[in-house]
Design a protein around this ligand. Structure first.
Ligand SMILES: C[S@@+](CC[C@H](N)C(=O)[O-])C[C@H]1O[C@@H](n2cnc3c(N)ncnc32)[C@H](O)[C@@H]1O
Length: 484
């Protein structure tokens, strides 16, 4: 597998420059092009986002074919583009960590009973992640696994029954803990004899470290109860029964992944970590105005802290905030590249109509605020008149003191139509800016992931990052794998 230590998982272009320069280049590209991601998409017209697009880029980007638009985020450029545009697209694409599922991986075939209730996406994830965890446990002699943020316990069950490891789930939400127990029972299993799920919110506190250590003790002292049972699940008990514990997590959202990394550093008895993150925008914000990052758990590493600081001296207004992290957690270019002309038109309409509404609400005063209630039905975006019906259909006349008469309704209706007509000529910029966002999405995600890996490396822990899922099926596909 590719290893972060020797940079072999990084883009070939940056192999020779060293990690510090690599991180600095990422920061620089993100700082220089902040206008591409640092805004709310519904404020597209309010903020006139296209005006930030360099003038010489506009014509070549507006004349792209669907195929060219689809492949821009892969770094495909055209000869007649201005040099600044070519350089940006090529540089950004070359900075991103590779996302193609590693060829070395072999999916574990999940037993039919255990797969019950899993979506095809979950099945894909669990089949690859369980296989990676089994190999990591073998390598580090771990016979026990703590699944953090275990949700309904799909992963834990497969690890227990098909890999022969003792598993405990840690889950903050009581409803998920009960859901996991119900699931085990529905399979005719006694919940107590199987995988325990502890209702605990993992936090970066000494008392939580203590709880985790107690959990490891209990786990390591209890033999795998399933060993004596009839092998109804065809369990392949092939992990050497040693005494290490591996901490794992599938789609650890927000602060959960950084918290796990800190726990892994602090708790000596955790020998191995396998963690896939998601929802970076869910991380806690310390101070919304803080620059260049407003998050408590980003950056974590010395290297990224230093480089962010250095680049932000040149770009003092640059901020990695919730908009940046939300983009980092979006789909990768794999799905974007398969879109048809009609898909792009539909996406344009969904963004444009909401942005028209936002513009009217922002400029139209108090009475119109209630129109902002979300319209989410897909068929509402067939055309603008259909969208208007959906917006007004959600309101009842006289429901708001300031919207009292038929004339009020007509006034707002006309204001929306007027705003639509005013901005219509700028609708084509929506897909262009979106394509540039899809180009920067993996760069932002790379920065967060590399920061997490470097944090562990700086603590002397061997760490690697591996794309373990097919990103067309599961876009958050980067697993951080570490051992002590
Ligand atoms: C995106 S879900 C993933 C669930 C499961 N691993 C899966 O892939 O099906 C994240 C889970 O982590 C749990 N979670 C979030 N923060 C947590 C924390 N600090 N401690 C424990 N669980 C947490 C949530 O309640 C949620 O069930």
């Amino acid at each position: 597998m590719a290893s972060l230590g020797d940079f072999s998982c990084f883009s070939a272009n940056y192999k020779d420059i060293g990690i510090g320069d690599y991180v600095e280049r990422i920061c620089r590209v993100l700082a220089e092009h902040e206008w591409i991601y640092n805004f709310q998409l519904t404020r597209f017209f309010v903020e006139k986002v296209w005006e930030k697009l360099p003038k010489e880029w506009r014509k070549p980007l507006l004349s792209l074919s669907t195929d060219d638009l689809n492949h821009l985020p892969t770094g495909r450029v055209k000869d007649d583009w201005p040099t600044s545009l070519k350089d940006f697209v090529e540089t950004a694409a070359s900075l991103a960590l590779p996302r193609q599922q590693s060829h070395d991986l072999v999916a574990m075939e999940i037993n039919k009973d255990l797969a019950r209730g899993m979506t095809p996406k979950k099945k894909h994830e669990v089949s690859y992640l369980a296989s990676v965890i089994r190999d990591a446990c073998r390598k580090t002699s771990c016979s026990t696994v703590i699944d953090i943020g275990s949700g309904l316990g799909y992963l834990g069950q497969v690890l227990h029954h098909q890999c022969g490891v003792q598993v405990v789930g840690v889950e903050a939400q009581a409803s998920h803990v009960h859901g996991a127990q119900r699931r085990i029972k529905s399979q005719g299993k006694d919940a107590d004899a199987q995988i325990q799920t502890v209702n605990l919110k993992l936090e970066d506190t000494s008392s939580c470290i203590h709880d985790l250590e107690l959990l490891i003790n209990t786990l390591q002292q209890s033999p795998s109860k399933d060993q004596s049972q009839t092998d109804v699940f065809n369990r392949n008990n092939d992990v050497e029964r040693e005494n290490g514990t591996c901490m794992v997590g599938l789609h650890c959202c927000g602060d959960l992944c950084p918290t796990m990394l800190k726990m892994f550093v602090s708790v000596e008895r955790l020998k191995c970590l396998v963690c896939v993150s998601c929802c970076y925008h869910g991380m806690s914000v310390t101070d919304p105005g803080s620059r260049p990052s407003c998050f408590m758990n980003f950056p974590l590493s010395r290297t990224v802290k230093e480089k962010l600081k250095k680049v932000s001296t040149e770009f003092p207004d640059w901020q990695l905030n919730v908009f940046a992290m939300r983009l980092a957690a979006q789909e990768t270019q794999a799905r974007w590249s398969c879109q048809s002309y009609e898909d792009h038109l539909f996406h344009t309409r969904t963004v444009a109509y909401r942005a028209v509404l936002e513009h009217v609400v922002t400029t139209g005063g108090k009475g119109i605020q209630k129109l902002k209630r979300k319209v989410t039905r897909k068929d509402a975006f067939q055309s603008f008149p259909v969208y208007l019906d959906a917006v007004f259909g959600r309101m009842t006349l006289h429901s708001d003191e300031t919207v009292r008469t038929e004339e009020d309704w007509k006034k707002y209706h006309d204001a929306l139509q007027h705003s639509h007509d005013q901005w219509e000529e700028f609708f084509p910029y929506i897909e262009i800016i979106t394509a540039l966002q899809v180009l920067l999405q993996p760069v932002l995600e790379t920065l967060v992931t590399v920061d997490r890996c470097l944090y562990l490396q700086e603590q002397g822990l061997k760490t690697e990052v591996v794309p373990i899922f097919d990103d067309r099926i599961s876009p958050r596909n980067l697993a951080i794998i570490a051992e002590r």
